[in-house]
Write a protein that binds this ligand. Structure first.
Ligand SMILES: Nc1ncnc2c1ncn2[C@@H]1O[C@H](COP(=O)(O)OP(=O)(O)O)[C@@H](O)[C@H]1O
Ligand SMILES: [Mg+2]
Length: 450
């Protein structure tokens, strides 16, 4: 039987920090030179490890973190590593200070949204589920009602096993669709909500790890469940306060029908209602707040109004962990004519623990470029690598990292898969770094003014 499978078109987006898996610390909290995708910057990583401990032990409230250092020294990378260490259930919101200057929303509204996206609500529920290791799965497909050469999943026969029993279920279309979308296969541990039909994939059992697959295995390894397949299970969901705000606001406005709620400000009564409800859930032990991280890059771009909002937010009952980053020394606080360290008011600075990041040496830059090359799946010959290290030391690490993809395309156009030093040099001529581009315009300004 032939079957046409339509794969959705996916843009392969590799974030600048996708290689970072954690802080790479040893059991004493000291940085391992190259680990978890991070290289060097040992003291800042150790400090960040202490911050993670403070957060996990709930002893950070009222305080925040300020990362200071020149551009390209890994401030954002460190914030991402902190988020990885905190785990996927901890909300992590990343924004730039300049984002508050939007024409659609007030500055404090933008910050309020960011704060509430960084506050998780962990809800615990008991549900009736079918849970087990997928032993067998047969999906019955039918012709698409409109497109004759397409098929759609219609029904599935799935065998779930625990250590003690094995049950075969026939599940309807809605459940089958989720199974297909989640890519559930033999060896996965899943549960299916007996009432709503919601499917959740928990991970994979170890026995199936040995099977050689060529795609990267990203699934969590879990134990085979024991007891009956059909059972009551405590299910934990993490939503954010912002999710709840949106939900309540949508119910209140007709506009949401057309999908425009995102563009509007959330009415403050909606937030009040959410806060009251969550407080009640907490009292009834149905929910707990999970403070997440609000990371604001280029924090010197914020203004006095934003700073006082954030200072107040840090004091409130539900407060996220604030991490700011800047590369400015003494600067004017926006919205005032006062000069202050890092362009921030002193009452906020008083609440921040400051972690400095320092520029990298050539060896560290080499290691970072090697890691990035692997992540972006580009091959560099040794001279090309050294050229990039030189560029990274002389201009900036970010510039060196950014040249890799254009250089790969230039190599491809020469009919080669490996990047040579000429490709790097050509890429560098085509795409200049910031200081060169500023210099270039300055030269022209002189010509124009003559
Ligand atoms: N210590 C490090 N180890 C691995 N990669 C790093 C390290 N420091 C920076 N990078 C990577 O180098 C690039 C520039 O760093 P970034 O964190 O953006 O610097 P900053 O925020 O200080 O300007 C990013 O792709 C980042 O992930
Ligand atoms: Mg940055």
């Amino acid at each position: 039987m032939s079957e046409i499978r339509v794969e959705p078109y996916r843009v392969r987006r590799i974030g600048a920090h996708s290689h970072i898996r954690g802080l790479g610390l040893d059991e004493n909290g000291k940085a391992i030179m190259v680990a978890d995708g991070l290289v060097g910057q040992a003291e800042a990583r150790q400090a960040a490890g202490i911050v993670v401990k403070m957060i996990k032990e709930g002893r950070i409230s009222g305080r925040g973190i300020l990362l200071v250092g020149p551009p390209g020294t890994g401030k954002t990378a460190l914030a991402v590593a902190i988020a990885r260490e905190l785990g996927e259930d901890t909300p992590f919101v990343i924004m730039s200070g300049s984002e508050i200057y939007s024409s659609e929303k007030r500055k404090t509204e933008i910050l309020m949204e960011a704060v509430r996206k960084a506050l998780g609500v962990r809800l615990t529920e008991r549900r009736l589920v079918y849970e087990g290791v997928v032993k067998n799965i047969v999906i019955r497909r039918a012709k698409h009602p409109l497109v004759p050469y397409l098929t759609v999943p219609r029904e599935a026969k799935i065998t779930l096993a625990t250590r003690d029993e094995e049950v075969t279920l026939t599940v309807p279309e809605e459940v089958t669709q989720q199974i297909v979308e989640l890519g559930v296969r033999k060896g996965d541990v899943i549960w299916i909500d007996a009432q709503t039909g919601r499917v959740h994939r928990e991970g994979r059992v170890r026995e199936f790890q040995d099977v050689k697959t060529y795609d990267v295995e990203t699934r969590r390894i879990v134990e085979t469940p024991s007891g009956p397949v059909k059972k009551e299970k405590e299910i934990v969901n993490v939503l954010t306060l912002h999710d709840l705000d949106m939900y309540v606001a949508a119910q209140r406005s007709l506009v949401s029908i057309f999908g425009f709620t995102l563009e509007r400000e959330i009415p403050s009564e909606a937030r009040k209602q959410v806060d009251e409800t969550v407080r009640k859930w907490i009292e009834d032990k149905k929910a707990a707040i999970v403070p997440g991280v609000l990371f604001i890059d280029d924090a010197h771009m914020l203004d006095i109004e934003a700073f006082s909002f954030l200072t107040r937010a840090m004091e409130s009952e539900f407060a996220p962990i604030l991490i700011l980053a800047t590369n400015r020394g003494v600067a004017r606080i926006r919205g005032t004519d006062m000069e202050s360290p890092h362009g921030m008011p002193l009452d906020l600075l008083d609440r921040l623990l400051i972690i400095p990041t320092r520029p990298y040496n050539a060896d560290e830059i080499r290691e970072i470029i090697k890691i990035r090359a692997q992540e972006e799946e580009v091959e560099l010959d040794s001279k090309a690598l050294e050229k990039l290290v030189e560029i990274g030391s002389k201009y900036s690490l970010r510039y060196a990292v950014q040249l890799m993809e254009p250089a790969r395309i230039l190599a491809e156009q020469r009919g080669e898969s490996k990047i040579h030093v000429e490709d790097v040099e050509e890429a560098r001529k085509l795409f200049i770094d910031i200081s060169t581009s500023v210099e270039y315009l300055r030269e022209y300004e002189k010509l124009f003014l003559k």
